[in-house]
Design a protein around this ligand. Structure first.
Ligand code: NI
Length: 171
């Protein structure tokens, strides 16, 4: 496995919609394994392929706590097929927008259809932090970032901060 570079705001690739994966191959699994290792090292709880510069509809997550055994989730071509009316608020962050956290309101529960690491079709009913995380990661596949849900003032401020950091060569 290999550690991959995580792209950061304001990289324009973060705004590009990712392409569906035609078939889950050994190459897809290698990408997912490298993404998982990269995510653990960061550390983070979710990572979309576009964040490592590969605009394909692939994501990995692991919400297990430090003391628990690892429980990675691999999703290829995930689609939200149902969202609850009920909303919940979580403070979100993103490995592509380091050290920035804001409350985001999203549906509290979602059903997601996807293909797993073997390419088998699956469905997940996600609640709690998992529901937030999977929605955040699927947003990445559509070029959407969590800062799109916060006030324009706060969003412009964080974008400016990252543009400036990039110019100074600090990213
Ligand atoms: Ni993110």
């Amino acid at each position: 496995m290999a550690l991959l570079d995580i792209i950061k705001l304001p990289d324009p690739l973060l705004r590009q919609p990712s392409k569906p994966v035609a078939m889950v191959t050994a190459g897809t699994r290698k990408l997912m394994d490298d993404m998982l290792e990269t995510m653990y090292a960061a550390p983070g709880i979710g990572l979309a392929a576009v964040q490592v510069g590969v605009p394909e509809r692939v994501l990995v997550m692991d919400l297990s706590k430090d003391e628990e055994p690892k429980s990675p989730i691999f999703m290829v071509n995930p689609q939200i097929v149902w969202s609850s009316e009920q909303k919940s608020d979580y403070e979100e962050g993103c490995l592509s927008i380091p050290e920035f956290f804001e409350m985001v309101t999203r549906p509290a529960e979602v059903k997601v259809q996807y293909r797993d690491r073997q390419g088998e079709p699956r469905e997940m009913h996600a609640t709690g932090v998992l529901a937030t995380c999977v929605q955040h990661e699927i947003d990445h596949l559509n070029g959407v970032l969590f800062i799109d849900y916060i006030s324009r003032l706060k969003r412009d401020r964080v974008i400016r901060k990252f543009v400036k950091a990039q110019k100074l060569g600090k990213l």
